[in-house]
Write a protein that binds this ligand. Structure first.
Ligand code: SF4
Length: 378
């Protein structure tokens, strides 16, 4: 994206608007304000944006209303599945051609969607595929919500193996730094968690917003009165290494980031997730585990150790199983809650740091089925 050209804005959509704004928008279109509530019930409750299914709306104005308030924002370009169809990554094309990805993961006890908040990412973490291409633009709230609605619809209609169900968890860990697109992410969180028909009715406690450590935005989020979980992508306990792995650390140091995280935990009562991608011979030394434990012991925190998903042509690769086990054991020995995170989706480049769009690695042809989606997608 040339620096002097600002990106076009996505069309306005019902999911960009709060309930009062929606009613005002319906009235602007010349209909009664309650049309907004009807459209909301279709979109957030029945998960449809197809005017043909909206039989409670007057036939003469259905198309116009849906066209004005439920414009198509994302078109599925490609879907890849693995784990017997219970992990699915969708590549979406936005109205301006920007490409983003979302991943749906069905587990026995929950259904999680990992969503993108930006097309690309400007944070330039050197081990991350998304970061290599830079930022294209922020997504609108409705473009974020549309990823969730599409997944929720697929699950509700039973097209994901395991029978009809409900999406229970949302993680903002796809493309982008969520807190760098604060206003849209906040609106999307409200749409995702507001009760039906104002929103999708997913529990705030099931939503995780991740950040590389934008300190002022963490403070702002702490004051929003939400119960969402904060995940801090730390990746190193020392500034010297973190300056390299997470370049924004040159602006906000480890101590400041963690102070902000503890402030978030105090304001919300929620344990902060500390994300730590284990990178072979880079940040996986036993002394770094001890240093991390010293920072976190006694805090309301949980460490997720993530074996790095290597990207092609990159010098960064995952730690050995022995190094991972040692790292985990050192944290646990100091009373720091820790788990080695599932890297589900890594076969389809759907795991953290691998959502790169078409520039990212493709699985070899035939490795996984590519499903063409022709249904109308919000
Ligand atoms: S790791 Fe996250 S913040 Fe860093 S470049 Fe990748 S997507 Fe952006």
């Amino acid at each position: 994206m040339p620096a002097n050209r600002s990106p076009a804005r996505p069309p306005r959509h019902l999911a960009d608007l709060g309930p009062a704004e929606r009613r005002a928008a319906a009235a602007e279109l010349g209909g009664p304000a309650f049309r907004a509530d009807q459209l909301s019930r279709h979109y957030f409750g029945r998960l449809t944006d197809d005017p043909a299914e909206m039989t409670d709306l007057p036939a003469g104005s259905r198309d116009e209303l849906a066209g004005a308030l439920l414009p198509r924002l994302l078109t599925a370009e490609r879907e890849l599945a693995c784990d017997g169809g219970t992990t699915r990554k969708t590549l979406w094309r936005a109205f301006d051609g920007a490409l983003i990805e979302s991943v749906l993961m069905r587990y026995p006890d929950r259904i999680t969607m990992c969503v993108s908040s930006q097309a690309g990412c400007g944070m330039a973490c050197p081990f991350c595929a998304t970061g290599q291409a830079g930022l294209t633009r922020n997504l609108s709230a409705a473009e974020i919500v549309a990823q969730v609605v599409a997944g929720a619809r697929a699950v509700a209609r039973g097209t994901v193996p395991g029978g009809p169900g409900r999406v229970s968890n949302i993680v903002f860990m796809g493309m982008g730094e969520p807190l760098a697109n604060y206003a849209s992410v906040l609106r999307a969180v409200r749409r995702i968690t507001d009760p039906v028909p104002a929103g999708l009715g997913i529990s705030q406690r099931g939503v995780t917003v991740s950040t590389v450590g934008l300190v002022p935005a963490i403070g702002r989020l702490a004051g929003e009165g939400l119960a969402v979980r904060l995940a801090v992508s730390l990746h190193a306990p020392d500034d010297e290494l973190r300056d390299e792995l997470v370049p924004v650390n040159r602006r906000w140091k480890v101590a400041e980031v963690l102070e902000a995280a503890w402030g978030y935990a105090a304001a919300t009562g929620r344990r902060v997730s500390i994300e730590y991608a284990l990178i072979r011979d880079v940040n996986d030394q036993p002394w770094r585990a001890d240093a991390l434990a010293a920072l976190l012991a006694g805090r309301l925190a949980h460490v997720n150790l993530i074996p790095l998903n290597p990207t092609p042509g990159s010098r960064w690769t995952a730690s050995t199983p022995a190094a991972m086990a040692e790292f985990e054991a050192r944290l646990a020995a100091r009373g720091v809650p820790v788990t080695v995170r599932d890297t589900r989706g890594s076969q389809i480049d759907g795991a953290c740091g691998q959502l790169a769009g078409p520039a990212g690695r493709r699985p070899p042809a035939g490795e996984l089925p590519a499903l063409q989606i022709s249904a109308r997608v919000p």
